[in-house]
Design a protein. Structure first.
Length: 277
């Protein structure tokens, strides 16, 4: 070596390679033991995995503990075990995807991630959060999600990230129409879909005790809970109406019958309902 504290000394580089008999026969272990190992390596109960990044390029993953605190990558065990081979990947998949909440910055990110994941692994998802809905990706994103037959929790936080004063109240029924369409096409009932959906940041109100609120459902405030219940009741009615309207339109198009426009003129039906097969 010519530089540094070892200057003047010779270096011998050895690269140890395990003999065949020294390799650990992981797949020879009983399935229960392998499952225990998957659980220990991959499972972080109550943790969120947030996926974000630019819409083209690398998808980044960030882990958050149940209290919402970011956990640096080096404090999370590696998921590289899952990439060892096909069998291990299949066996270990539920330990990552069924045991954590997957949070997407927006529907485009969800679409990208689910395309990458493929339907087999998407099936394992049970809990999903989507922060922003984009018209450009919402249909595809929820179509991809519809194969997640074990999904029980879908949190939608559209408008949550807008500045507090902006007060943008979305057309929730129309935002949710494609969500219902995708998930119901996969065999779920409207009730089932409605029950799994939580909406955050949807309603503004105030409470004498807690002050102004914007529904985030984390607080123990009766007024906030009541405002949310009222919001949901109305939303359910509105969604039923929207879906029925969209289905009627679809029927009309099938029959080729003209529908009345708002101006009362008769015109051929155009499908802007977004309810085609
Ligand atoms: Zn209160």
């Amino acid at each position: 070596m010519t530089h540094g504290p070892y200057a003047g000394l010779h270096v011998l580089v050895l690269q140890p390679e395990p003999d065949e008999h020294e390799k650990f026969p992981f797949l020879d272990l009983p399935a229960e033991i392998r499952n225990m190992i998957y659980s220990l390596v991959l499972e972080r109960p109550g943790y969120h995995i947030r996926l974000s990044g630019k819409h083209s390029g690398t998808i980044q993953t960030f882990w958050y503990n149940p209290k919402g605190r970011y956990i640096p990558r080096d404090q999370i065990y590696s998921t590289s075990l899952m990439r060892v081979n096909k069998q291990i990947s299949v066996e270990s998949t539920p330990y990552l995807f069924s045991r954590h909440t997957f949070e997407f910055t927006d529907s485009t990110m969800m679409q990208r991630f689910l395309e990458y994941l493929g339907p087999e692994r998407t099936k394992s998802l049970v809990s999903v959060v989507v922060n922003q809905q984009y018209a450009i990706s919402i249909r595809q994103a929820y179509d991809l999600l519809s194969v997640a037959t074990s999904l029980t929790k879908l949190e939608i936080t559209t408008s949550y990230w807008y500045p507090y004063g902006a007060h943008i109240l979305l057309e929730w029924p129309s935002v949710l129409l494609p969500v219902f369409h995708s998930l119901c096409s996969a065999g779920r009932s409207r009730d089932e879909v409605f029950d799994m959906i939580t909406i955050k940041g949807a309603v503004r109100g105030s409470c004498p005790e807690h002050g102004t609120f914007r529904i985030d459902l984390d607080k123990d405030c009766k007024n906030e809970i009541k405002a949310y219940e009222n919001f949901r009741k109305k939303l359910r009615d509105d969604i039923d109406q929207e879906i029925d309207k969209a289905e009627a339109k679809k029927e009309a198009i099938k029959r080729g019958s003209p529908v009345k426009t708002r101006a009362g003129r008769k015109t051929k039906a155009v499908d802007y309902s977004g309810m085609e097969d």
